[in-house]
Ligand binder design. Structure first.
Ligand code: PEP
Ligand code: MG
Length: 897
């Protein structure tokens, strides 16, 4: 196996092997762009290292061969005393993990070569500055010395000199600082800073491998759902220097605004600085557009390259570059992260530019982004108290209590508080706090600072670089211009779309995207914003392509109407138990307490007109579209008083000698119905089989409602669904009874109702005998909530709170199987049931109505196995439509990337 690739040997499609950074450096090299020469060590080498604790046997020799080639190309040797070749050693995984892993710059410098570098550059200060940076970075990342020790020493040096920034330190100061840094290393690391350049490089490589498994990297991967076994590549790149004086510098750029998608010149530039300074947000940068006045030639060249990259990648790219004495070098590019709104806008803009087609546009957005766009925004008309403003780095409206450190953010959010994490700047150690917070506010750094990049990646609201707000993390307070002080615990509101920061809680209003789906805002109308326009177009692309139909889980007319506005093509699940609550509970109690047939019939007759009314409303709301009504599912005790409360009430009444006959009977009934495992007890079809007349009453209500709608010239399309069936015999009995009732109603009303009768597949036995069950069912609806619960054997109501966190942390699941379908287990069972069902009854209609019906990844699975529809809650319908369209576009192979 080959472990090392020179840049020209790779290409952008080798991200798995060379990491994103390596693959794109290779691509840029092959495009003829100015990339400093270098090579990439593969993720495979990293995997071997992580598995065995050792580098692969062949690695050192391979690295030597590539280093030799690099040295002859550059005409100098690594660390050569009179003219040292220096390299950067950078991590780079398949998926970008900003700031999570290690990087070491200036590798190759030593006591012997620092003077050579000074002579070559004609700049002694630069050479000593580069050397102190190497020791600092190497000490902290490779040798594990506390980073703050170096920072403190640097601060002391600045104080001694009364220097405002590190740029004011002179060669002599930096030389002393190097001595001090070397002392720190010797004291803290138990070894001297290595003077052998090759040893530096080999140690740095291993340290990058190891940084794959730091706690913060693991946390980031869990958050972003990046598999833990991919490993990182290592890029060895010849150094170019942005810290060689005012004609040098370093910057980051986007080919479009990652927050809005607009084309233009977006990015930050820092004169006389080395790479990490920009992203770390340590010194304040200037806008990229200012580079035009600083260095017009490099600026023009950069814009040219940006255009080349955008056309080549056919997408927004982000770029890191360095200018060394007026010469531009490209250090990195990748398809850039963007906000959800920008993703939609960019996708349609690229279609308009002819760079991508509609099918590909669908791959450039996703359901999670659409869901994010449906969150509310701050109400423009509400009174608000502006504290200050910063850069709108990641959109959204976030409200919460001010906290000034990650520990408090996590602690408070665990106890149910909403918090806003406020920092001067963030670094990778703040990741926990950023995850816990509703929003992030920093007083330093630009759109490309750590806070901004990570927040955008997480879809979290962020305002950064709010310089007018003075953040004092030590005393946990922030001071606004004019002297208003925000203490820890005070509520603040931050608007990531405008960059504004407010004191107190600002009320929110629905997002324009929801207004659009609700039909209150129209694409094409004058007041429609660009985002609504883009969402409208993408939804049309999805609707044109999708094969899956999308239905709603809805039990009342209001939800049904909203679902219809959101694009639902019917109701896939109406849970009738929701119609047995509230005031109707007493009627259910009567049913349970009935001693005689008469009493029971009376109780059912009292329920029947209420049910009928519910169904009429529902069928009217969904006129012309299918409505699947599920007969009663949960155990009856759920409609009765709590056993403990009732026991206490009865006991107290007894003590007062105040007997309440009804309570006593109720208590007896509750005891009789009490089950250890109600989810596995008397519920679903079992209830229908043992409580005479219950299902018949419901079927009659459905049939009567349908007949009424027909007589009113409506078009009711009811489907009757039997829950929790495990064997075809259960279904047959209920079916025979239902058919009789329907025939009676048809006869009495003089109409033909054409009610379909089908079943849920939500028990393993049902799935395994789907071929038999299909004999008696006109449709299947997969209840993947119960199916997941019964296949795994864990209670859906208990386990998420009890041990799922541990399972997620141990990597047993990447995500809860109640959220995303477990393809290998539950999914495999669903797939085999689909095949068996269709084998018995070709054309059998099949859908899914468990929570998975609205989950993006699961929708793709249901598309693949050939279901006819997914059903989900009304608010998730747009997401399901979009993902169904994406799945169809993907499987038709039209994704030309
Ligand atoms: C299911 O089990 O997936 C289902 C939709 O039914 P419920 O969630 O009501 O049990
Ligand atoms: Mg169920």
């Amino acid at each position: 196996m080959k472990f090392v690739y020179d840049f020209p040997e790779g290409n952008k499609d080798l991200r798995g092997l060379l990491g994103g950074k390596g693959a794109n450096l290779a691509e840029m090299t092959n495009l003829g762009l100015p990339v400093p020469p270098g090579f990439t060590i593969t993720t495979e080498a990293c995997k071997v290292y992580l598995d065995t604790g050792k580098e692969p046997a062949a690695l050192r020799d391979e690295v030597s061969a590539h280093l030799d080639a690099l040295e002859s190309r550059m005409g100098k040797k690594l660390g050569q005393p009179d003219d040292p070749l220096l390299v950067s050693v950078r991590s780079g995984a398949k998926f970008s993990m900003p700031g999570m892993m290690d990087t070491v710059l200036n590798v190759g410098l030593s006591d012997a070569s620092v003077a050579g570098l000074a002579a070559q550059a004609g700049d002694e200060r630069f050479a000593w500055d580069s050397y102190r940076r190497l020791i600092q970075m190497f000490g902290a990342t490779v040798l594990g010395v506390g980073a703050q020790l170096f920072e403190e020493a640097l601060e002391e040096a600045k104080e001694r000199k009364q220097a405002a920034t590190d740029v004011d330190l002179e060669a002599g100061d930096l030389k002393k600082l190097v001595t001090r840094f070397k002392q720190i290393v010797s004291q803290e690391a138990g070894r001297d800073f290595p003077q052998d350049p090759r040893e530096q490089m080999d140690l740095a490589i291993c340290s990058v491998f190891e940084s794959w498994n730091t706690e913060r990297a693991k946390l980031y991967r869990r958050q972003e759902r990046i598999p833990g076994d991919l490993g990182t590549a290592v890029n060895i790149c010849s150094m170019v220097f942005g810290n060689l004086g005012p004609d040098s510098g370093t910057g980051v750029a986007f080919t479009r605004d990652p927050a809005s998608g607009h084309q233009g010149v977006y990015g930050d530039y820092l004169q006389n600085a080395q790479g990490e300074d920009v992203v770390a947000g340590i010194r304040n940068t200037v806008a990229l557009a200012d580079l035009e006045t600083i260095d017009k030639k490099s600026y023009d060249q950069l814009l040219q390259i940006m255009e080349t990259l955008e056309t080549h990648y056919r997408d927004l790219c982000d770029i890191e570059f360095t200018i060394e004495r007026g010469r531009l070098w490209m250090l990195q590019t990748r398809v850039g992260k963007r906000t959800a709104g920008a993703a939609f806008r960019i996708a349609t803009q690229l279609v308009d530019q002819g760079l991508i087609d509609e099918a590909e546009a669908l791959q450039r957005v996703n359901g999670a982004q659409l869901a994010q766009l449906m969150f509310p925004r701050f109400d423009d008309d509400a009174k608000r108290d502006l504290l200050g403003r910063g850069i709108a780095a990641s959109p959204g409206a976030a409200v919460g209590k001010a906290v000034f450190d990650s520990y408090t953010a996590v602690k408070w959010s665990r106890s149910g508080e909403q918090v806003i994490l406020i920092r001067r700047e963030t670094n990778p150690d703040d990741l926990n706090g950023m995850i816990a917070a509703n929003g992030i506010l920093t007083s330093r750094g630009g759109k490309t600072s750590h806070a901004a990049v990570v927040a955008r990646g997480m879809g979290k609201t962020c305002v950064c670089g709010a310089e007018e707000l003075e953040v004092d993390t030590k005393s946990r307070r922030m001071t606004a211009p004019g002297g208003v002080v925000v203490e820890e615990g005070d509520v603040v509101s931050i608007d990531g779309s405008t960059g504004k920061v407010y004191l107190g809680e600002v009320p929110v209003v629905p997002s324009p995207v929801v207004e659009y789906f609700e039909g209150r805002m129209h694409a094409g109308a004058d007041d429609a914003d660009e985002l609504v326009e883009a969402v409208h177009r993408i939804m049309a692309y999805a609707d044109r392509r999708r094969r899956l139909r999308v239905r709603a889980n809805a039990d009342n007319a209001e939800d049904a109407l909203r679902a219809r506005r959101f694009g639902a093509q019917g109701i896939g699940l109406c849970r009738t138990e929701h119609m047995f609550l509230g005031e109707r509970r007493t009627l259910v109690e009567k049913l349970v307490l009935a001693d005689t047939d008469d009493e029971r019939v009376n109780a059912l007759e009292a329920l029947m007109p209420l049910q009928k009314k519910d169904f009429i409303e529902l069928f009217e709301a969904m006129d012309g579209l299918p409505v699947t009504v599920r007969l009663l599912d949960p155990p009856l005790h759920e409609f009765l008083p709590d056993i403990t409360e009732l026991s206490v009430r009865v006991a107290l009444a007894e003590a007062r000698k105040d007997h309440n006959e009804n309570d006593l009977r109720l208590l007896q009934a509750v005891h009789k119905l009490h089950e250890q495992n109600p989810m596995l007890g008397l519920r679903g079809v079992r209830l229908g089989l043992v409580i005479p007349g219950l299902f018949a009453m419901q079927v009659r209500a459905i049939a009567e409602a349908a007949a009424e709608r027909k007589n009113a010239k409506g078009d009711p399309r009811a489907e009757i669904m039997i829950p929790l069936v495990g064997t075809v015999q259960e279904l047959e009995i209920v079916r025979d009874e239902a058919e009789l009732v329907i025939a009676e109603v048809e006869k009495a009303r003089g109409v033909r109702l054409k009610l379909a009768l089908g079943t849920m597949i939500e028990l393993p036995r049902a799935a395994l005998t789907a071929g038999q069950i299909a004999e008696a069912a006109e449709f299947f609806s997969f209840g993947t909530n119960d199916l997941t619960q019964t296949v795994w054997g864990f209670s859906r109501d208990d386990v998420e709170a009890s041990f799922f966190t541990a399972y997620l942390e141990k990597g047993i699941f990447g995500v809860s199987p109640f959220e995303t379908i477990d393809r290998d287990g539950v999914g495999a069972l669903v797939k085999s049931a689909v095949e068996a069902g269709r084998a018995t009854r070709p054309g059998l209609k099949m859908g899914v109505c468990g929570e998975h019906g609205g989950d993006p990844e699961s929708v793709h699975f249901f598309h693949e196995i050939g279901l006819d529809y997914v059903s989900c809650s009304p608010f998730r319908i747009p997401v399901a439509r979009l993902e169904a369209g994406r799945a169809a576009a993907l499987s038709s192979g039209s994704d030309s990337r």
